[in-house]
Design a protein around this ligand. Sequence first.
Ligand code: DQA
Length: 152
Amino acid sequence: MKHPHKQPKILIINGPNLNLLGRRPSQHYGTLNLTELESLIQREAEALNLEAVCRQSNHEGEILNWLHASLDDDTAGLIINAGAYTHTSLALADALEVVNYPVIEVHLSNIHAREAIRHHSMIAPKALGQISGLGPQGYILALKALAERLSP
Ligand code: DQA
């Protein structure tokens, strides 16, 4: 049997406008669309013996509901690109305060090299770490970091 143990479940949440990847400015977000990004994530997760559950929403409340549900299932880690909610959502920060698994914040673009309003992240204090500016590779590195932390 290839995977004798249950694979740790990693929730990957992409927030508002990330469904438009591939059409957003490529100098910030590259050229992959969301389906391609999620396939990349799935492939890497499989190689790392992780189960990846990829979700995207343009609704803050829906993201909150997913986070709440993740408290009571067997979610073992979270990778979140909260899009613009990163900079605005106290509600997201409050929800992340409650979760008891490692959280990695990812941004495709380097938010610190962009407009001042993007420099501040409401969720960074709740995250184990932040990866910003490495494009899709950020999600891969986040998966690797979680895999290492979750390995028995
Ligand atoms: C983003 C950066 C945010 O400032 C922006 O609002 C996004 C995407 C990124 O992945 O670089 O929508 O999170």
